[in-house]
Ligand binder design. Sequence first.
Ligand SMILES: CC(C)(COP(=O)(O)OP(=O)(O)OC[C@H]1O[C@@H](n2cnc3c(N)ncnc32)[C@H](O)[C@@H]1OP(=O)(O)O)[C@@H](O)C(=O)NCCC(=O)NCCS
Length: 232
Amino acid sequence: MMIASTDRLVVRDWTDAPDDLARIYDIYSRDEVMRWLGGGKGRMTDPAEAAERVRGWRERYDEYAGRWGIWAIEPREAGRAAGSVLLKPLPGRDGVTPTDDIEVGWHLHPDSQGYGYATEAARVVLDREFATGTRQVYAVVMAGNEPSMAVARRLGMTYLGVRTDWYGGVDLETFVLAGRTERLLAQAASHVAPTSVRPPVPWELLAHRLCDPAGCGAARLGWWVARCPLRG
Ligand SMILES: CC(C)(COP(=O)(O)OP(=O)(O)OC[C@H]1O[C@@H](n2cnc3c(N)ncnc32)[C@H](O)[C@@H]1OP(=O)(O)O)[C@@H](O)C(=O)NCCC(=O)NCCS
């Protein structure tokens, strides 16, 4: 199933086709890839494991009906997958139970690194996810994985520091990206003066509009947002 696409890339399900299985083995048997994924746990040592891995992904993610999963990134001109992009619930401190926190991640074959594929594929699946109303998505990276942190930064993610909330409680460099609505609300709220205790009255709005036409609507929206009893 196709999940998303750009001019250069198709993001799709991994399949049982021989090319996909060979590519999965070629990626997930490599030390230079696997050392950054749980420190090498799950590194394949036998090509037959690729089919098991695809089966395992299906069992785990089929219930999400294409919304979350681990998918192949296929450059249109390459005719074979460059690697994977994933979007899925982060496993919690027990290392297994899915949390409500959504993770975006990327794994490329070394021959496909340096072309912008990870960033482009992540961006398109994030856009799709945020369109469903998801408020924020995390990326978690092992210390020292500079290429992966560079992807997070290129996506505009904010660095939160080291957190231990997921994947069995290990230290993970954590980045977060807020959805468009969340970012707009935060911007609007930041237009509100901290001493403001009442909604702006009409002449203040008029003065604000004269001084800062773009900020007027944002200030009003920000005042109401900041005081909405439904905000968590
Ligand atoms: C992390 C990883 C996906 C990053 O791969 P990457 O190729 O550096 O990242 P991107 O696909 O976004 O490509 C960006 C690079 O392509 C370059 N590039 C070339 N053509 C480009 C284009 N048309 N558009 C955008 N970038 C382009 C960029 O300049 C950048 O290179 P630079 O870092 O030298 O400046 C890769 O190192 C990897 O798979 N590592 C092993 C697994 C891993 O660590 N996964 C992450 C676990 S948290």
